[in-house]
Design a protein around this ligand. Sequence first.
Ligand code: G3I
Length: 324
Amino acid sequence: SAQLNELAQKAGKLYFGTATDNEDIGFQNKTYLQILNDTKEFGQLTPSNGQKWFAVEPELGVFNYSYGDVVADIATANKQILRCHNLVWHSQLAPWGYGISYLEQRKPHRRSHRPRNQRSQTLVQPMLRLGRGQRSPQRRRDLSQRHLPPSPRPEYIRIAFRAAAAADPHAKLYYNDYNIESPNNKSAAVRALVRDLKKEGIRIDGVGLQSHFTAGSAPSIDNLIWTMEGYTKLGVEVALTELDIRIMEPETSSNLAQQSSDYKNAVGACMLVDGCVGVTVWDFWDPVSWVPGVFTGMGSACLWFGNFTKHPAYQGVVEALTND
Ligand code: G3I
């Protein structure tokens, strides 16, 4: 039977992809690796953790790209699109990065000798080495504002986008966030941000909708489409970048059916929006999902069960991709 990336591409999308983490147990499992490397299933990869700041610059000025490069190398070998992830994610900044913002908030007189803007720029540039020399059409920059001192927040985003554009003119630059998949204040704020950046001549190519949903309370297909079109109207592309749909354990036929219908809607919404270029699931195998570690009593958020049989939701996604 036809597989996800194959179907997505047949339907005119760029890819169906997955996140993966080479330090997870999946990488010790032959079946996991087989699916990950199957380009009919996945045409795009995102390293879940290996390119984050804590991993890339564990000490100020000391760079180590080896963790993220494992995934990047797989993508290159398979000609899978690579989405770099990410420049900044608030919960996984470099330990010394926290230190800097802590110092700035608490002891403003103990600033570094460099002006703030310049310092932010030096933080961004080494990260961009990640995308260099790779020919992937899709790259992503995740610019989170939290844990940065309040005053430079707006400049930070601009500095980061400018530095990213200068470092790699071919990379697609995305603003990526959660809870921006529905009509609400946050998605309105992201539209305003995109508008402002464009007005100021700063390049932004896309908005990534993380899409970590809960079965039964995922956004409706109409709300998803409305929100995505709100971004694409501003002249950027969109993608579902981290799709997963958690259920309350234990799995039952009814919560799995709900999950399937929610996956179908999410992927179906992307299918119906021209500017939605593709869908990435936030890993595909339940045992490596981030969900149970964060949401007590919830899990089974992926498309493959622990024993590598597929969730009913896999068929839901197939139906969305084939307009069935
Ligand atoms: O590597 C350590 C291990 O040595 C230690 O024994 C273990 C015990 O807690 O922790 C391991 O680190 C964990 C790391 O993932 C690697 O597995 C961290 O605790 C855990 O917090 C971290 O979670 C990651 C999370 O981002 C952090 O916010 C998830 O794997 C990752 O999937 C998740 O991804 C984020 C996206 O980047 C942004 N959008 C939301 C998404 C889900 O939170």
